[in-house]
Design a protein around this ligand. Structure first.
Ligand code: NAD
Length: 293
């Protein structure tokens, strides 16, 4: 069994990005700049955004964090997005989700200029991904592709079961794994909460990618010998022995499943660290005007 080390892979990607930024600076080019909009004070969101901004500093990007209280109006937010769309300095930006209920998240996402949509959530970029055009891939599925590629895991003709159909992970993952590409060329089954007899599908899978958010969903009896298991799930479960009072658990019952696998991601330290690295990669692509040439 080989542990897929997301931390190490993420660091390698960030070093590659940093080297490219140093080269850009040396040539007197424009330093990539990421802006992030954060609404409210939700603990998880604050941590995610702070980590994204810190990662920008580490690779030499410029960054701007724009914060609003929970009571910000939709109009204020849309005005700021317009300003960022027109900014010469900002190459790409993100709006951290979830947004408060009085704000229409879809309207906000659609207001972002697709050329600066480094999260890849704008319908134009989603459509470009489905059509196989150059685009900003959503960070988590793109990170999983990187893991598969850098560990040279064969995917061609394999049975791949993706569990979860969200717009940010499961759905794009299923589309990307079915593409005529490497990683890809897999026969993909997309399972979700309405799937009847989930084990029937997972037991036939060479590759399982679980993006649900239910600790212990995937047990050893559901996994075939030699399978590749990618665990996207990150659920906070209370743990009094930890300083934070909680720890992260994946969807996979790691201790019983790992011995059966050829490769498996740990939680934490698997898929998570790659998400930030891929956001940086998208920002670099935006700065280099690579997607919409
Ligand atoms: P979501 O809540 O939007 O979607 C969950 C999906 O799971 C749904 O499509 C639902 O149909 C499916 N589902 C629910 N119960 C199921 C069951 N019993 N059997 C089969 N399918 C079931 O979630 P999301 O935003 O895609 O996130 C999924 C998980 O991945 C969460 O734990 C989240 O925290 C984590 N996540 C991690 C990263 C990362 O960087 N590591 C990034 C995004 C999400």
């Amino acid at each position: 069994m080989i542990l897929l080390d997301g931390k190490k892979t993420s660091e390698a990607i960030q070093q590659e990005i940093a080297a490219e930024v140093a080269q850009i600076k040396e040539n007197g080019g424009k330093v990539p700049h990421l802006a992030a909009i954060l609404v409210g004070n939700d603990g998880g969101s604050v941590t995610y955004v702070t980590n994204k901004v810190l990662a920008c500093e580490k690779v030499g990007f410029g960054s701007t964090l724009i914060r609003y209280e929970d009571d910000v109006t939709e109009e204020e937010l849309l005005n700021k997005i317009q300003e960022l769309n027109e900014s010469e300095e900002v190459d790409g930006f993100i709006v951290q989700l979830p947004l408060p209920k009085h704000i229409d998240s879809q309207k906000v996402l659609e207001a972002i200029d697709p050329k600066k949509d480094v999260d890849g959530f704008h319908p134009v970029n989603v459509g470009r991904m489905v059509a196989g055009l150059s685009t900003f891939l959503p960070a988590t599925p793109a990170g999983i592709l990187q893991l598969l590629e850098r560990y040279e895991i064969p995917t061609d003709g394999k049975n791949c079961v993706v569990i979860g159909r969200s717009n940010i992970v499961g759905s794009p993952m299923s589309i990307l794994m079915a593409k005529a590409a490497y990683p890809g060329n897999a026969t993909v089954t997309l399972c979700h909460r309405n799937t009847i007899n989930l084990p029937h599908f997972t037991q036939q899978a060479d590759i399982i990618i679980s993006a649900v958010g239910r600790p212990g969903l995937i047990t050893a009896d559901m996994v075939k010998e030699g399978a590749v298991v990618i665990d996207v799930g990150t659920t906070r479960v209370s743990d009094a022995t930890r300083k934070a009072g909680y720890r992260l658990r994946g969807d996979v019952d790691f201790d019983s499943v790992a011995p059966k696998c050829s490769y498996i991601t740990p939680v934490p330290g698997g898929v998570g660290p790659l998400t930030i690295a891929m956001l940086l990669k998208n920002t670099l692509k935006a700065a280099k005007r690579e997607v919409y040439a």
